[in-house]
Design a protein around this ligand. Structure first.
Ligand SMILES: *Cc1c(COP(=O)(O)O)cnc(C)c1O
Length: 416
């Protein structure tokens, strides 16, 4: 073996693509030891909201680390978690009253699924089937993969994935088919429907309108099917509002949050639920306990970072930054929309996405890495999903940096 022992995620090491070594980050930029600068146009996998190394978040991490670094969270508690849970209940849709901590988006989804099945088991009416939306992504653990789209990414593990009911994506003009399919599936008493509100991220930045989200929620409510909103990507302002559910006035039964929860500084996730789900587990019978934990559940340093994120939301003009970025993204999309190689220009809040026209599929398989290499050479970190290029920068991105990102897209398209 030569070189680094590190096995990188979603990386084909056999293709010998360069893996830059980053030593420092600031705002919307990352740097290597030579001082080469790249604009982080995808917020380091959708997590960095206010910008890298926000002084307030870093200060909170430092202060908390010196006071209480880690604590078993079964049977013990600490102020950063108590404060964070109270704040989260206050800012999320009203029926959500309880907060369960974990460490990643995937684990928050596992917790959501276990809460749903635990609810039905504990009220003495067991249900097991989960409904999902076509093209969804909910994470890479076995349960999260089971409720996500099947494809090359999980083919080897398919025998381990549990069976789900799949509702078609509400593509323009086909919304009624989605609602009809959901209604029919709900009549068979599934445990829950899990969905990414308003935009399917890893599935290719596929956008659908708020009224469809609201109608799907109403169908689940009418049939007593738990509605799980996976806001792991959409939360924390990405879609233009604090949560995507806010745009449809939707209150889910269960909500998953991670990525931007700590401003993108340190791993943390939460699964919030409505009171009946907690109540179904509340008992003098130990058998009804919610048997789930991870070693670092509600790590105090991570909770302190999340509390700093919430303070930034309260005290800095975050919404104004989001609105300004959203408007700039719209302008750039309008400018690129004449490009012969681009189609399906779309935007939701701060997220801009477009598809590269491709004719044959063999070509498609290496299109994304070739585009990414072109962007990297032009000082921009972008990581297309198949033939979909998307721009999702931290909210602090400077107009000149956004010009450079979209300029690089136009340039790189000329080279392929
Ligand atoms: C990223 C993502 C996840 C998984 O989160 P991890 O922290 O990567 O485990 C789950 N759901 C959605 C919608 C995501 O975008």
């Amino acid at each position: 073996m030569t070189g680094s022992p590190v096995w990188h995620p979603f990386t084909q090491h056999g293709l010998s693509e360069p893996i830059p070594l980053i030593t420092r980050a600031d705002g919307a930029a990352i740097f290597d030891a030579d001082g080469t600068r790249w604009i982080d146009a995808i917020s380091s996998w959708w997590v960095v909201t206010h910008g890298h190394c926000h002084p307030r978040i870093i200060a909170a991490i430092r202060a908390q680390a010196e006071r209480l670094d880690q604590l078993i969270f079964a049977g013990w508690t600490h102020e950063p978690a108590e404060t964070l849970a109270r704040e989260l209940v206050a800012i999320t849709p009203e029926p959500l009253t309880r907060v369960f901590f974990s460490d990643s988006g995937s684990t928050s989804v596992e917790v959501a699924l276990k809460m749903a099945l635990g609810y039905w088991a504990n009220i003495g009416a067991p249900r097991h089937r989960i409904l999902v939306m076509e093209h969804s992504y909910h994470g890479d653990t076995i349960g999260a993969m089971s409720v996500g789209a099947r494809g090359v990414f999980n083919r080897a593990y398919a025998p381990l994935l549990f069976d789900v009911g799949t509702i078609p994506f509400p593509a323009p003009g086909k919304e009624q088919a989605t609602l009809d399919a959901l209604e029919a599936a709900c009549r068979e008493h599934p445990a829950a429907f899990i969905v990414e509100p308003l935009i399917l991220g890893a599935g290719g930045m596929l956008i659908y309108p708020p009224h469809i989200l609201a109608e799907m929620r109403a169908i689940c409510a009418a049939h007593d099917v738990l509605f799980i909103a996976d806001e792991v990507m959409t939360g924390w302002g990405r879609t233009g509002t604090m949560f995507a559910c806010d745009q449809a006035a939707v209150a889910p039964d269960i909500m998953c949050l991670s990525k931007g929860l700590t401003g993108g500084s340190i791993p943390l996730a939460v699964t919030l639920c409505a009171e009946p789900i907690f109540a179904a587990h509340f008992s003098e019978d130990r058998g009804k306990t919610f048997y789930h934990s991870s070693s670092y559940t509600a790590n105090p340093i991570a909770c302190a970072a999340a509390n700093a994120n919430l303070a930034i939301w309260r005290e800095e003009p975050v919404q104004a930054r989001i609105d300004a970025l959203s408007a700039m993204q719209a302008d750039h999309l309008a400018r690129l929309s004449g490009h012969a190689r681009l189609t399906n220009m779309r935007r939701l809040g701060t997220i801009a996405a477009m598809d590269v026209r491709v004719s044959d599929h063999g070509y498609l398989s290496d299109l994304a890495p070739r585009l990414a290499a072109g962007f990297r050479e032009r000082g921009v970190l972008l990581r297309p999903l198949g033939n979909t290029i998307y721009v999702m920068p931290p909210y602090c991105v400077a107009p000149a940096d956004l010009d450079q990102i979209h300029g690089a897209i136009g340039e790189v398209l000329e080279t392929i």
